[in-house]
Design a protein around this ligand. Structure first.
Ligand code: ZN
Length: 173
């Protein structure tokens, strides 16, 4: 990992000036990615992002997860990419505070499972369909339910590392 850039940024929370650093990081199989890390020393606000070094076209990145092995595929999700898993009713659209991260397909399914469990347990009365959704997500996390992981990436800097991954051009009109 090597630092390539350092620049000032204005903290969106407290408006004080702080610093961002950018690093190039080489991941086996994936290639080079850029990690951005900003931290405000006044209020502790943090922003982290990750993206492929080569910028592509706006695109849909699609993987049909059909084997246990597919769950281990590395996912580079930049802060502006949405995550959709139609079979599980998962739809994560990025907000202004959303961050980019490197994870696996399994990591995304488990994260969705955690969030669903949290919502189901903290809402009274329990929303309908909770137990069914949790059961489906648990099955998917064990590789017992085929799912489709879709990243909708307006910048073309996210990817799913798997030879079955399909890239579709995203119309931006
Ligand atoms: Zn701040």
């Amino acid at each position: 990992m090597r630092k390539i850039l350092e620049y000032e940024f204005k903290c969106p929370m407290c408006r004080s000036m702080s610093k961002c650093s950018e690093y190039i990081y080489n991941i086996p199989i994936v290639g080079e990615v850029i990690l951005t890390s900003c931290k405000c020393y006044e209020c502790g606000f943090k922003h982290i992002d990750v993206r492929l070094i080569e910028v592509g076209e706006p695109r849909k990145v699609l993987l049909k997860v059909t084997e246990l092995e597919d769950l281990n595929s590395i996912v580079i999700r930049s802060s502006t990419a949405s995550i959709v898993i139609p079979e599980l009713g998962v739809e994560v659209t990025p907000g202004p505070a959303s961050m980019g991260y490197i994870t696996t397909v399994e990591g995304i399914v488990l994260d969705a499972l955690d969030k669903t469990k949290f919502i189901c347990e903290s809402t009274h009365p329990t929303p309908s369909g909770c137990s069914q959704r949790i059961e489906l997500m648990e099955k998917a996390s064990r590789g017992e339910l085929p799912i489709t992981l879709i990243l909708i990436d307006p910048e073309g800097v996210s990817t799913i590392v798997n030879k079955k991954t399909v890239f579709e051009h995203l119309k931006t009109d």
